[in-house]
Design a protein around this ligand. Structure first.
Ligand code: F6P
Length: 421
Protein backbone atom coordinates (compact mmCIF):
# COMPACT_ATOMS: atom_id res chain seq x y z
CA UNK A 1 0.00 0.00 0.00
CA UNK A 2 1.39 3.44 -0.93
CA UNK A 3 2.49 5.90 1.71
CA UNK A 4 0.44 9.02 2.24
CA UNK A 5 0.73 12.03 4.49
CA UNK A 6 -1.84 12.91 7.11
CA UNK A 7 -3.34 16.31 7.88
CA UNK A 8 -4.33 17.08 11.47
CA UNK A 9 -6.00 20.28 12.61
CA UNK A 10 -7.56 21.67 15.75
CA UNK A 11 -10.81 23.54 15.56
CA UNK A 12 -13.10 25.65 17.69
CA UNK A 13 -12.52 26.53 21.33
CA UNK A 14 -9.45 24.75 22.67
CA UNK A 15 -9.29 22.68 25.85
CA UNK A 16 -6.78 21.63 28.50
CA UNK A 17 -6.36 18.28 26.75
CA UNK A 18 -6.76 18.86 23.00
CA UNK A 19 -2.98 18.55 22.66
CA UNK A 20 -3.17 15.14 24.34
CA UNK A 21 -5.32 14.11 21.38
CA UNK A 22 -2.74 15.57 18.99
CA UNK A 23 -0.17 13.50 20.85
CA UNK A 24 -2.33 10.38 20.37
CA UNK A 25 -2.65 11.06 16.63
CA UNK A 26 1.03 11.80 16.06
CA UNK A 27 2.49 9.04 18.23
CA UNK A 28 0.19 6.45 16.65
CA UNK A 29 0.97 7.67 13.12
CA UNK A 30 4.68 7.41 13.94
CA UNK A 31 4.17 3.73 14.69
CA UNK A 32 2.87 3.25 11.14
CA UNK A 33 5.61 4.90 9.13
CA UNK A 34 5.06 2.37 6.32
CA UNK A 35 1.58 3.90 5.76
CA UNK A 36 1.80 7.48 7.06
CA UNK A 37 4.91 9.35 5.99
CA UNK A 38 4.36 12.69 7.76
CA UNK A 39 1.69 14.25 9.92
CA UNK A 40 1.17 17.82 8.77
CA UNK A 41 -0.66 20.12 11.16
CA UNK A 42 -2.87 22.93 9.93
CA UNK A 43 -2.05 26.37 11.26
CA UNK A 44 -5.33 27.62 12.72
CA UNK A 45 -7.50 24.68 11.80
CA UNK A 46 -8.92 24.24 8.33
CA UNK A 47 -7.55 27.67 7.37
CA UNK A 48 -4.11 26.05 7.39
CA UNK A 49 -5.22 23.65 4.67
CA UNK A 50 -6.91 26.35 2.59
CA UNK A 51 -3.91 28.67 2.74
CA UNK A 52 -1.36 25.84 2.49
CA UNK A 53 -0.04 26.92 5.84
CA UNK A 54 1.02 23.69 7.54
CA UNK A 55 3.78 22.56 9.85
CA UNK A 56 5.52 19.20 9.75
CA UNK A 57 5.14 17.45 13.09
CA UNK A 58 7.79 14.92 12.01
CA UNK A 59 10.33 17.66 12.67
CA UNK A 60 9.47 17.60 16.38
CA UNK A 61 11.31 15.26 18.75
CA UNK A 62 9.53 12.32 20.37
CA UNK A 63 10.01 14.09 23.70
CA UNK A 64 8.28 17.27 22.55
CA UNK A 65 5.39 15.33 21.08
CA UNK A 66 5.06 13.40 24.36
CA UNK A 67 5.03 16.78 26.16
CA UNK A 68 1.89 17.77 24.25
CA UNK A 69 0.05 15.38 26.52
CA UNK A 70 0.46 17.75 29.44
CA UNK A 71 0.33 21.10 27.58
CA UNK A 72 -2.94 23.08 27.32
CA UNK A 73 -4.09 25.38 24.52
CA UNK A 74 -3.96 24.44 20.84
CA UNK A 75 -0.36 23.76 19.83
CA UNK A 76 -1.01 24.47 16.14
CA UNK A 77 -3.58 27.23 16.50
CA UNK A 78 -7.30 26.70 16.22
CA UNK A 79 -10.05 28.53 14.36
CA UNK A 80 -13.75 29.02 14.15
CA UNK A 81 -14.21 28.81 10.41
CA UNK A 82 -17.25 27.27 8.76
CA UNK A 83 -16.99 25.83 5.27
CA UNK A 84 -20.08 26.76 3.32
CA UNK A 85 -22.15 24.20 1.41
CA UNK A 86 -20.52 22.82 -1.74
CA UNK A 87 -22.90 24.66 -4.03
CA UNK A 88 -22.36 27.99 -2.25
CA UNK A 89 -18.60 27.88 -2.28
CA UNK A 90 -17.15 25.24 -4.56
CA UNK A 91 -13.86 27.16 -4.74
CA UNK A 92 -13.05 26.43 -1.09
CA UNK A 93 -13.48 22.70 -1.54
CA UNK A 94 -11.59 22.64 -4.82
CA UNK A 95 -8.78 24.44 -3.08
CA UNK A 96 -8.74 21.91 -0.25
CA UNK A 97 -8.53 18.99 -2.63
CA UNK A 98 -5.84 20.80 -4.59
CA UNK A 99 -3.78 21.22 -1.39
CA UNK A 100 -4.36 17.60 -0.34
CA UNK A 101 -3.28 16.36 -3.78
CA UNK A 102 -0.21 18.62 -3.90
CA UNK A 103 0.95 17.32 -0.51
CA UNK A 104 -0.04 13.68 -1.01
CA UNK A 105 -2.47 13.87 1.91
CA UNK A 106 -4.58 10.74 2.25
CA UNK A 107 -5.82 11.16 5.83
CA UNK A 108 -7.64 14.10 7.37
CA UNK A 109 -8.08 14.31 11.14
CA UNK A 110 -10.24 17.18 12.35
CA UNK A 111 -10.24 17.67 16.09
CA UNK A 112 -13.23 19.69 17.23
CA UNK A 113 -16.84 20.00 18.35
CA UNK A 114 -20.14 19.76 16.51
CA UNK A 115 -19.41 22.53 13.98
CA UNK A 116 -16.07 20.89 13.21
CA UNK A 117 -17.69 17.50 12.67
CA UNK A 118 -19.80 19.21 10.02
CA UNK A 119 -16.60 20.40 8.33
CA UNK A 120 -15.01 16.94 8.49
CA UNK A 121 -18.18 15.40 7.10
CA UNK A 122 -18.32 17.85 4.20
CA UNK A 123 -14.66 17.32 3.35
CA UNK A 124 -15.23 13.56 3.21
CA UNK A 125 -18.17 14.00 0.83
CA UNK A 126 -16.42 16.51 -1.37
CA UNK A 127 -13.11 14.70 -1.65
CA UNK A 128 -14.98 11.64 -2.92
CA UNK A 129 -17.10 13.72 -5.27
CA UNK A 130 -14.01 15.40 -6.67
CA UNK A 131 -12.19 12.14 -7.36
CA UNK A 132 -9.56 12.40 -4.63
CA UNK A 133 -10.97 10.35 -1.77
CA UNK A 134 -9.39 11.16 1.57
CA UNK A 135 -10.04 9.23 4.82
CA UNK A 136 -11.77 11.88 6.92
CA UNK A 137 -11.99 11.31 10.64
CA UNK A 138 -13.63 13.59 13.12
CA UNK A 139 -11.86 13.55 16.47
CA UNK A 140 -14.06 14.70 19.36
CA UNK A 141 -13.24 17.65 21.58
CA UNK A 142 -15.35 20.20 23.36
CA UNK A 143 -15.60 21.45 26.90
CA UNK A 144 -19.31 21.95 26.23
CA UNK A 145 -19.79 18.13 26.23
CA UNK A 146 -22.61 18.51 23.71
CA UNK A 147 -21.65 16.01 20.99
CA UNK A 148 -24.24 13.28 20.54
CA UNK A 149 -23.59 9.52 20.69
CA UNK A 150 -20.30 9.73 22.62
CA UNK A 151 -20.63 9.26 26.40
CA UNK A 152 -18.67 12.46 26.90
CA UNK A 153 -16.29 14.74 25.04
CA UNK A 154 -12.57 15.04 25.73
CA UNK A 155 -11.99 18.42 27.36
CA UNK A 156 -15.15 18.24 29.44
CA UNK A 157 -13.81 16.09 32.28
CA UNK A 158 -11.04 18.58 32.98
CA UNK A 159 -13.25 21.66 32.87
CA UNK A 160 -15.74 19.80 35.07
CA UNK A 161 -12.99 19.08 37.59
CA UNK A 162 -11.81 22.70 37.57
CA UNK A 163 -15.34 23.99 38.14
CA UNK A 164 -16.10 21.47 40.91
CA UNK A 165 -12.79 22.20 42.66
CA UNK A 166 -13.16 25.99 42.32
CA UNK A 167 -16.74 25.92 43.61
CA UNK A 168 -15.68 23.86 46.62
CA UNK A 169 -12.75 26.13 47.44
CA UNK A 170 -14.57 29.44 46.92
CA UNK A 171 -17.46 28.15 49.04
CA UNK A 172 -15.11 27.64 51.99
CA UNK A 173 -13.86 31.19 51.55
CA UNK A 174 -17.36 32.70 51.50
CA UNK A 175 -18.49 30.62 54.45
CA UNK A 176 -15.59 31.90 56.56
CA UNK A 177 -16.70 35.53 56.32
CA UNK A 178 -20.42 35.32 55.68
CA UNK A 179 -21.41 36.49 59.15
CA UNK A 180 -19.94 39.96 58.67
CA UNK A 181 -19.15 40.26 54.96
CA UNK A 182 -19.95 38.54 51.63
CA UNK A 183 -23.08 36.38 51.70
CA UNK A 184 -23.42 35.48 48.05
CA UNK A 185 -20.86 34.14 45.59
CA UNK A 186 -21.64 33.63 41.91
CA UNK A 187 -19.44 31.55 39.58
CA UNK A 188 -20.08 31.85 35.86
CA UNK A 189 -19.12 28.87 33.72
CA UNK A 190 -19.06 28.12 30.00
CA UNK A 191 -21.02 25.53 28.07
CA UNK A 192 -22.99 27.62 25.61
CA UNK A 193 -26.54 26.20 25.33
CA UNK A 194 -25.87 23.07 27.34
CA UNK A 195 -25.68 22.86 31.11
CA UNK A 196 -23.07 20.11 31.43
CA UNK A 197 -20.36 22.35 32.89
CA UNK A 198 -22.78 24.07 35.26
CA UNK A 199 -23.94 20.63 36.40
CA UNK A 200 -20.33 19.72 37.21
CA UNK A 201 -20.35 22.54 39.78
CA UNK A 202 -22.79 20.32 41.68
CA UNK A 203 -19.99 17.84 42.35
CA UNK A 204 -18.47 20.36 44.79
CA UNK A 205 -20.90 19.17 47.47
CA UNK A 206 -22.45 15.84 48.40
CA UNK A 207 -25.90 16.93 47.31
CA UNK A 208 -27.06 17.81 50.86
CA UNK A 209 -29.02 21.08 50.67
CA UNK A 210 -26.79 22.97 53.11
CA UNK A 211 -23.69 22.28 51.03
CA UNK A 212 -22.50 24.52 48.22
CA UNK A 213 -23.39 25.07 45.48
CA UNK A 214 -26.87 25.93 46.75
CA UNK A 215 -28.17 26.99 43.35
CA UNK A 216 -27.23 26.02 39.80
CA UNK A 217 -28.72 27.97 36.90
CA UNK A 218 -28.89 25.77 33.79
CA UNK A 219 -29.63 26.89 30.22
CA UNK A 220 -32.14 24.03 30.02
CA UNK A 221 -34.29 25.50 32.82
CA UNK A 222 -35.97 28.85 32.05
CA UNK A 223 -34.82 31.49 34.55
CA UNK A 224 -37.57 32.72 36.89
CA UNK A 225 -36.48 35.76 38.83
CA UNK A 226 -38.91 35.43 41.74
CA UNK A 227 -38.22 31.76 42.42
CA UNK A 228 -34.50 32.42 42.17
CA UNK A 229 -34.50 35.34 44.61
CA UNK A 230 -36.67 33.42 47.08
CA UNK A 231 -34.18 30.57 47.01
CA UNK A 232 -31.21 32.89 47.56
CA UNK A 233 -32.98 34.53 50.52
CA UNK A 234 -33.80 31.17 52.07
CA UNK A 235 -30.24 29.90 51.68
CA UNK A 236 -28.82 32.95 53.43
CA UNK A 237 -31.44 32.63 56.19
CA UNK A 238 -30.83 28.91 56.69
CA UNK A 239 -27.10 28.54 56.04
CA UNK A 240 -25.72 32.06 56.31
CA UNK A 241 -24.49 32.14 52.71
CA UNK A 242 -25.36 31.15 49.18
CA UNK A 243 -23.11 29.86 46.40
CA UNK A 244 -24.50 30.01 42.87
CA UNK A 245 -23.09 28.40 39.72
CA UNK A 246 -24.53 29.98 36.60
CA UNK A 247 -24.13 28.80 33.04
CA UNK A 248 -23.25 31.46 30.47
CA UNK A 249 -26.23 30.14 28.49
CA UNK A 250 -28.81 30.74 31.25
CA UNK A 251 -31.92 32.12 29.62
CA UNK A 252 -35.48 33.29 30.12
CA UNK A 253 -38.45 31.23 28.95
CA UNK A 254 -38.56 33.21 25.69
CA UNK A 255 -35.00 32.10 24.85
CA UNK A 256 -33.37 35.46 25.61
CA UNK A 257 -30.03 35.00 27.35
CA UNK A 258 -29.56 36.68 30.71
CA UNK A 259 -26.34 38.03 29.24
CA UNK A 260 -25.42 38.28 25.61
CA UNK A 261 -22.32 40.17 24.45
CA UNK A 262 -24.07 41.26 21.23
CA UNK A 263 -21.44 39.70 18.92
CA UNK A 264 -21.53 36.44 16.97
CA UNK A 265 -18.78 34.11 15.73
CA UNK A 266 -18.21 32.64 12.24
CA UNK A 267 -20.92 30.05 12.91
CA UNK A 268 -23.48 32.68 13.87
CA UNK A 269 -23.36 31.69 17.56
CA UNK A 270 -24.06 34.52 19.98
CA UNK A 271 -21.00 35.32 22.07
CA UNK A 272 -21.99 34.63 25.63
CA UNK A 273 -20.43 35.74 28.87
CA UNK A 274 -21.01 38.26 31.60
CA UNK A 275 -24.01 36.58 33.24
CA UNK A 276 -22.36 36.48 36.70
CA UNK A 277 -22.51 40.26 37.25
CA UNK A 278 -26.10 40.29 35.98
CA UNK A 279 -27.12 37.64 38.53
CA UNK A 280 -25.07 39.23 41.32
CA UNK A 281 -26.66 42.63 40.72
CA UNK A 282 -30.12 41.11 40.79
CA UNK A 283 -29.29 39.76 44.23
CA UNK A 284 -27.97 43.06 45.55
CA UNK A 285 -30.77 45.20 44.08
CA UNK A 286 -33.52 42.93 45.40
CA UNK A 287 -32.08 41.46 48.57
CA UNK A 288 -29.25 43.82 49.47
CA UNK A 289 -26.68 41.09 50.14
CA UNK A 290 -23.00 41.77 49.62
CA UNK A 291 -21.64 39.59 46.82
CA UNK A 292 -18.54 38.56 44.96
CA UNK A 293 -18.58 36.95 41.57
CA UNK A 294 -16.09 35.23 39.25
CA UNK A 295 -16.17 34.55 35.55
CA UNK A 296 -14.20 31.34 35.03
CA UNK A 297 -13.94 32.06 31.29
CA UNK A 298 -10.68 30.79 29.69
CA UNK A 299 -9.26 29.83 33.10
CA UNK A 300 -11.61 26.83 33.16
CA UNK A 301 -10.83 25.44 29.74
CA UNK A 302 -7.05 25.97 29.97
CA UNK A 303 -6.58 24.60 33.49
CA UNK A 304 -4.23 21.74 32.66
CA UNK A 305 -2.68 21.89 36.15
CA UNK A 306 -5.85 20.35 37.61
CA UNK A 307 -6.86 18.19 34.62
CA UNK A 308 -8.83 15.00 35.11
CA UNK A 309 -6.62 11.95 34.54
CA UNK A 310 -9.64 10.19 33.04
CA UNK A 311 -10.04 13.03 30.56
CA UNK A 312 -6.36 13.00 29.58
CA UNK A 313 -6.57 9.24 28.95
CA UNK A 314 -9.70 9.58 26.84
CA UNK A 315 -8.31 12.54 24.88
CA UNK A 316 -5.25 10.48 23.96
CA UNK A 317 -7.36 7.41 23.20
CA UNK A 318 -9.61 9.15 20.65
CA UNK A 319 -6.56 10.46 18.78
CA UNK A 320 -5.02 7.02 18.71
CA UNK A 321 -8.29 5.37 17.65
CA UNK A 322 -8.83 7.89 14.84
CA UNK A 323 -5.51 6.92 13.26
CA UNK A 324 -6.26 3.21 13.63
CA UNK A 325 -9.68 3.67 12.07
CA UNK A 326 -8.24 5.62 9.15
CA UNK A 327 -5.64 2.93 8.57
CA UNK A 328 -8.41 0.33 8.62
CA UNK A 329 -10.04 2.19 5.72
CA UNK A 330 -12.73 4.07 7.63
CA UNK A 331 -13.91 7.49 6.55
CA UNK A 332 -16.62 9.95 7.67
CA UNK A 333 -16.63 8.52 11.17
CA UNK A 334 -15.64 9.73 14.63
CA UNK A 335 -14.29 7.63 17.51
CA UNK A 336 -16.80 7.79 20.36
CA UNK A 337 -16.48 6.90 24.03
CA UNK A 338 -18.84 4.18 25.15
CA UNK A 339 -19.49 3.86 28.88
CA UNK A 340 -19.43 0.26 30.01
CA UNK A 341 -19.97 0.85 33.75
CA UNK A 342 -20.21 3.78 36.18
CA UNK A 343 -18.50 2.29 39.23
CA UNK A 344 -15.83 1.26 38.59
CA UNK A 345 -15.81 3.52 35.57
CA UNK A 346 -15.14 1.46 32.46
CA UNK A 347 -15.23 2.68 28.90
CA UNK A 348 -14.21 1.66 25.42
CA UNK A 349 -13.88 3.33 22.05
CA UNK A 350 -16.32 2.68 19.23
CA UNK A 351 -17.09 4.57 16.03
CA UNK A 352 -20.08 6.60 14.84
CA UNK A 353 -20.87 8.18 11.46
CA UNK A 354 -20.17 11.91 11.21
CA UNK A 355 -23.55 12.38 9.52
CA UNK A 356 -25.19 11.49 12.86
CA UNK A 357 -23.02 13.91 14.82
CA UNK A 358 -22.51 17.03 12.69
CA UNK A 359 -24.35 20.13 13.90
CA UNK A 360 -26.25 18.30 16.64
CA UNK A 361 -26.22 19.54 20.22
CA UNK A 362 -26.72 17.18 23.17
CA UNK A 363 -28.27 19.09 26.05
CA UNK A 364 -28.21 18.12 29.71
CA UNK A 365 -31.08 15.61 30.12
CA UNK A 366 -33.95 16.69 32.38
CA UNK A 367 -33.43 13.57 34.51
CA UNK A 368 -30.03 14.95 35.57
CA UNK A 369 -31.66 18.13 36.93
CA UNK A 370 -33.60 18.19 40.21
CA UNK A 371 -37.35 18.78 40.15
CA UNK A 372 -37.00 22.37 41.37
CA UNK A 373 -34.43 23.02 38.61
CA UNK A 374 -31.68 24.27 40.93
CA UNK A 375 -29.39 21.25 41.38
CA UNK A 376 -28.33 17.89 39.99
CA UNK A 377 -29.95 14.53 40.68
CA UNK A 378 -28.21 11.36 41.77
CA UNK A 379 -28.41 10.15 38.14
CA UNK A 380 -26.57 13.31 37.06
CA UNK A 381 -24.00 12.77 39.78
CA UNK A 382 -23.53 9.14 38.72
CA UNK A 383 -22.86 10.29 35.16
CA UNK A 384 -20.50 13.13 36.10
CA UNK A 385 -18.46 11.69 38.95
CA UNK A 386 -16.19 9.31 37.00
CA UNK A 387 -15.29 11.97 34.46
CA UNK A 388 -13.33 14.05 36.96
CA UNK A 389 -11.52 11.10 38.51
CA UNK A 390 -7.78 11.12 38.92
CA UNK A 391 -5.09 13.76 38.73
CA UNK A 392 -2.52 14.07 36.00
CA UNK A 393 -0.25 16.89 37.14
CA UNK A 394 2.12 18.33 34.57
CA UNK A 395 5.82 18.44 35.47
CA UNK A 396 6.79 21.67 37.24
CA UNK A 397 9.90 23.79 36.94
CA UNK A 398 10.66 26.88 39.02
CA UNK A 399 7.22 26.67 40.52
CA UNK A 400 5.42 26.69 37.15
CA UNK A 401 4.12 23.92 34.89
CA UNK A 402 6.73 22.98 32.32
CA UNK A 403 4.71 23.15 29.12
CA UNK A 404 6.25 22.39 25.72
CA UNK A 405 6.62 24.75 22.78
CA UNK A 406 6.81 23.32 19.29
CA UNK A 407 9.28 24.33 16.59
CA UNK A 408 6.39 24.35 14.13
CA UNK A 409 8.62 23.97 11.06
CA UNK A 410 6.55 25.00 8.03
CA UNK A 411 5.88 22.62 5.15
CA UNK A 412 7.12 24.21 1.90
CA UNK A 413 4.29 25.50 -0.22
CA UNK A 414 3.75 23.71 -3.51
CA UNK A 415 0.94 25.63 -5.13
CA UNK A 416 1.47 28.76 -7.17
CA UNK A 417 -1.75 30.45 -6.15
CA UNK A 418 -2.55 31.99 -2.77
CA UNK A 419 -5.94 31.49 -1.21
CA UNK A 420 -7.46 34.30 0.79
CA UNK A 421 -9.94 33.32 3.50
O1 F6P B 1 -17.28 25.94 22.34
C1 F6P B 1 -16.54 25.93 23.50
C2 F6P B 1 -16.59 27.25 24.20
O2 F6P B 1 -15.61 27.21 25.19
C3 F6P B 1 -17.96 27.66 24.77
O3 F6P B 1 -18.25 27.07 25.99
C4 F6P B 1 -17.82 29.15 24.83
O4 F6P B 1 -19.09 29.78 24.79
C5 F6P B 1 -17.06 29.43 23.60
O5 F6P B 1 -16.26 28.31 23.34
C6 F6P B 1 -16.19 30.65 23.62
O6 F6P B 1 -15.69 30.79 22.35
P1 F6P B 1 -14.59 31.82 21.93
O7 F6P B 1 -13.33 31.43 22.66
O8 F6P B 1 -14.45 31.67 20.46
O9 F6P B 1 -15.09 33.18 22.32
Amino acid sequence: MSKKNAFYAQSGGVTAVINATACGVIETARKHKNRIANVYAGRNGIIGALTENMTNTNRESARTIAGLKHTPGGAFGSARYKLKGLEENRAEYERLVEVFKAHNIGYFFYNGGNDSMDTAHKVSLVSRKMGYPVSCLGVPKTVDNDLPITDNCPGFGSVAKYVAVSTKEAALDVLSMAETSTKVFVLEVMGRHAGWIAAAGGLAGSGASHEAPHIILFPEIPFKKRAFLQRVKKCVQDYGYCVIVVSEGAQYANGRFLAEAGTTDAFGHAQLGGVAPVVANLVRENLGFKYHYAVADYLQRSARHIASATDVKQAYAVGKAAVKMALAGETAVMPVIKRVSDKPYRWKIEKAPLARIANKEKKLPRRYISKDGFSITSAGRRYLEPLILGEDYPPYINGLPNYVTLKNVPVSKKLKTNFVV
